[in-house]
Design a protein around this ligand. Structure first.
Ligand code: C2E
Ligand code: MG
Ligand code: MG
Length: 304
């Protein structure tokens, strides 16, 4: 049972506003994992308004193609070459600022808009690959982030599988990043889809590795190409021996299982040296570059 509580008179002067606010508090109790209670606070109203405005704005942004893909390079530590990049979503606002994906992706997941977003990103990433090819630029893999809902709706996955059946090259052009939670919640169908992609040589990374409900057991059962060590471990690693030990362990497990290991959130020279010494294969982070708009990314990293 989830319970929401509002109190007369501060939370409402009449029964309908009291009920409405108790309802809001109940939703908070549900979203915090159920089986609990919440008292109404005025912040809940503010959060709801923000969520509603993001939700309606996002719908329009998708329809009007007002979202942008930025690209963040991934550097091969051994060769010093940029060998792939991650596509990260940006939502530009009229005042020149951006709404962060960490704010709008969870809302898109709740409302189902994430499926449209996933398809849009996939198509856009393919378009960019085509353009780069036509312009004679260096061709590197673009990794896109998939949400758990993309597997439930599985439209993007089928688009990718269909795309590869028509054009084998696509498998080396588009990779996917999934989180541990997708694996945790996965069923037979998800495993089949992932296996199919893996057999087609699609690069499959587990994002933010080490932060979810990690179970090393699933590394045995899931077809995965790459582990991306979460930036939470990397951030403090130069001064934190525990983070270093965990990172070394992930690297050893990944390599032992024949996977590529990427470190995320590499910001400084200290980070880089530590990671180089640990033997991670790829690094991604501000030390190399922030995520850049396509034009800048092309100029900086794809000119032959
Ligand atoms: P993620 O997939 O783990 O992406 C890495 C995030 O770390 C990005 O944040 C990136 O800008 C940031 N980052 C990269 N290097 C550094 C660094 O050196 N230091 C620090 N402090 N941060 C760094 P961003 O772009 O805000 O994305 C946040 C999250 O939103 C992503 O985490 C991903 O889970 C989600 N997201 C972004 N784009 C998409 C998308 O197209 N689809 C889906 N489903 N999720 C997305
Ligand atoms: Mg990612
Ligand atoms: Mg990550």
């Amino acid at each position: 049972t989830s319970i929401g509580i509002s109190i007369f008179p501060q939370d409402g002067k009449d029964s309908s506003s009291l009920l409405k606010n108790a309802d809001l508090a109940m939703y908070r109790a549900k979203s915090e994992g159920r089986n609990g209670y919440y008292f109404f606070t005025h912040n809940m109203n503010r959060d709801l308004k923000r969520t509603q405005s993001i939700e309606s704005g996002l719908k329009t942004a998708i329809e009007e193609e007002n979202l942008k893909l930025f690209f963040q390079p991934q550097l091969n530590v051994a060769s010093g070459q940029i060998e792939s990049c991650e596509a990260l979503l940006r939502w530009p606002q009229p005042d020149g600022s951006y709404i962060e994906p960490s704010e709008f992706i969870p809302i898109a997941e709740r409302t189902g808009l994430i499926n449209d977003i996933g398809c849009w990103i996939f198509e856009k990433a393919c378009d960019y690959q085509k353009q780069w090819n036509e312009k004679g630029l260096k061709q590197i893999r673009v990794d896109i982030n998939l949400s758990g809902k993309d597997f439930v709706g599985d439209k993007v996955i089928h688009q990718l599988i269909d795309g590869i059946s028509k054009n084998k090259q696509l498998a080396s052009q588009i990779g996917i990043e999934i989180t541990e939670n997708i694996l945790l919640e996965s069923n037979e169908q998800v495993i089949q889809l992932l296996t199919k992609l893996h057999q087609s040589n699609v690069h499959i990374s587990i994002d933010d590795f080490g932060t979810g409900y990690s179970s090393l057991n699933y590394l045995k059962h899931f077809p995965v190409t790459c582990l991306k060590i979460d930036q939470g471990f990397v951030r403090e690693a130069p001064n934190n021996i525990q983070d270093q030990i965990i990172m070394r362990a992930i690297t050893t497990v990944g390599h032992g299982l024949g996977m590529v290991v990427t470190a995320e959130g590499v910001e400084s020279k200290e980070h880089f040296q530590l990671i180089q010494e640990m033997g991670c294969d790829l690094i991604q982070g501000y030390f190399v570059s922030r995520a850049l708009p396509a034009e800048q990314f092309e100029k900086k990293y794809l000119q032959q």
